[in-house]
Structure formats: structure tokens, C-alpha cells
Design a protein around this ligand. Structure first.
Ligand SMILES: C[S@@+](CC[C@H](N)C(=O)[O-])C[C@H]1O[C@@H](n2cnc3c(N)ncnc32)[C@H](O)[C@@H]1O
Length: 246
């Protein structure tokens, strides 16, 4: 793919990702966006569970399959290597949009916090989760993670630099701060409906599976460096007494 076309494609994919990411905040938090996790008329709960589980499954399948090195090797015979990440990001964003559009609310409260102070604390944790997540993407390499580094390198007729093992800031305390951010944002709600609970439970299950698959790839990529890191640093919870990674 010509350099300029790759850059335009990569920038468009990034813009669509950014839109779908910002929408996710409104969708999960029931703020600002026209269609959120709890909005809309409720239909049959059985149909809602089936549709929602299929939507979550589609997102998990797309992420799990397309992020694997073996799939990337096959896929880059069809799609130029320079836009492989952008294509992954674009498809992930389109699947997310489908989920926002087709998600069925399931009303009924599992828990509801009434105290104003606790509501403020829980909402604070929700926003803290999104902040940890956004900061952590920059700690690893935001522009590489979302495909921009690869398309700009291609436009200069260069290969994107090989991945480097890093443990900056949050990564000294937990191995997966981006996923910690998602978990805080998904679970911290003063009013948990059955629909939201299904979303939080399904995505937590997927995050745990994603960690298993990602760490298998990270061990294959970084070898003993990652094995040592795994012994020293907690997966999602910082353990007092453990040594933060150097
Ligand atoms: C969506 S990011 C999630 C990163 C991490 N699991 C987290 O929750 O913060 C996935 C990418 O980060 C890379 N990655 C994860 N941990 C890393 C580390 N310590 N150093 C460099 N790259 C890492 C993986 O190889 C993968 O390409």
C-alpha cells in the first residue's frame, strides 16, 4: 500500500477508534450518549441475554483471534504489514459500534447506592479507571498500540521498531494496568442493573482469558525477562511486599 494511502487509512482507523472509545465511556457510565447500557425499552429478558452474550462473544472472538501472532502471520499475506494493526483497531471499533447499537437493556437493580458521598466515591472510581487506562496506553506506546506508528514508518519506507519490554510507572505495580482501568470502569457504578452486570461479568471473563493469551505471547516474545516480571509483579492487584520491577 502506498505510503500516503496507508497514513490516511491509519489516521481514519485511529479517529474511528477514538470515537468508539469515547462513546464507551458514555455507554457504560450512562452519561451524554443517546444509547447507553441501560437506556431504551426493555424487551424479552431471554432475547436480551442471548443477543448481549452474542455481542460480547463477537468482540472477544475478534480480539482474541486477530491479536495472535499466528493469525497475524497468515493475515499479513493478504493485508499489508504496515496497516495490520490499523485494520485490527478498525474492526474492533466496528464491532464495538455494533454492540452499542444492538445492546439490549435488562432493567432491575442488583444494587443501588443511595448515599450521596458513596455515589461520589463510586463515580470517582469509574473516572479513575478510564484515566488509568488512557495513561497506561501512553506508558507502553499509544501510537504503536493503535497502528499510527506503523503507517507513519511505512510512509518513510521504514519498518516500525520491534516491540520493547517496558515496565514504566503503573507497570511496576501491576502487569496489566489497562485491564485494571477497564475493570474499575465496568464495575464502579452506584446503580448496577442486570444488563450492566451481564456486561461487567462477560468482559471480566474475557479480560482474564485475554491476559492468559497475551502473557503466553509475551513469554514467547520476551522470554525470561517476562517470566521474571511475572514472579515479581501482581497481575491486576499490587501485592505489598513484592518487589516492584526494575
Ligand atoms: C491492549 S495492550 C494491553 C497491555 C497490558 N495487558 C495492560 O493491561 O496494560 C496489549 C499490547 O501490549 C503489549 N504489552 C503488554 N505488556 C507489555 C510490557 N510490559 N512491555 C511491552 N509491551 C507490553 C502486548 O504485547 C500487546 O501488544
Amino acid at each position: 500500500m502506498a505510503g500516503v494511502t496507508a497514513v490516511l487509512y491509519g489516521v481514519a482507523a485511529y479517529a474511528i477508534f477514538l470515537g468508539s472509545f469515547l462513546y464507551a465511556i458514555g455507554f457504560v457510565g450512562n452519561v451524554v450518549v443517546p444509547k447507553s447500557i441501560d437506556s431504551g425499552a426493555a424487551g424479552s429478558p431471554v432475547e436480551a441475554v442471548i443477543v448481549n452474550v452474542l455481542l460480547l462473544g463477537l468482540f472477544a472472538a475478534q480480539h482474541s483471534v486477530m491479536a495472535r501472532p499466528a493469525f497475524k502471520r497468515l493475515w499479513t499475506r493478504i493485508v499489508p504489514k504496515s496497516v495490520e494493526r490499523s485494520t485490527y483497531v478498525l474492526l474492533a471499533s466496528l464491532v464495538l459500534m455494533l454492540l452499542y447499537w444492538q445492546w439490549r437493556p435488562i432493567p432491575g437493580l442488583v444494587w443501588s447506592v443511595e448515599d450521596a458521598v458513596w455515589i461520589a466515591v463510586i463515580n470517582g472510581v469509574f473516572w479513575l479507571g478510564w484515566a488509568i487506562l488512557a495513561i497506561s496506553t501512553h506508558l507502553i506506546d499509544h501510537f504503536e498500540m493503535f497502528g499510527l506508528a506503523q503507517v507513519f514508518a511505512a510512509s518513510r519506507k521504514k519498518q516500525a521498531p520491534a516491540p520493547v519490554f517496558k515496565t514504566p510507572f503503573f507497570y511496576k505495580w501491576v502487569r496489566h494496568p489497562i485491564y485494571v482501568g477497564f475493570l474499575l470502569a465496568f464495575w464502579a457504578t452506584p446503580s448496577m442493573t442486570w444488563g450492566h452486570l451481564l456486561f461487567s461479568t462477560g468482559s471480566t471473563g474475557y479480560i482474564l482469558l485475554g491476559i492468559f493469551l497475551e502473557e503466553r505471547d509475551l513469554v514467547a516474545l520476551f522470554g525470561d525477562q517476562y517470566r521474571r516480571y511475572r514472579k515479581q509483579v501482581g497481575m491486576l492487584i499490587p501485592w505489598p511486599g513484592r518487589n516492584p520491577a526494575e
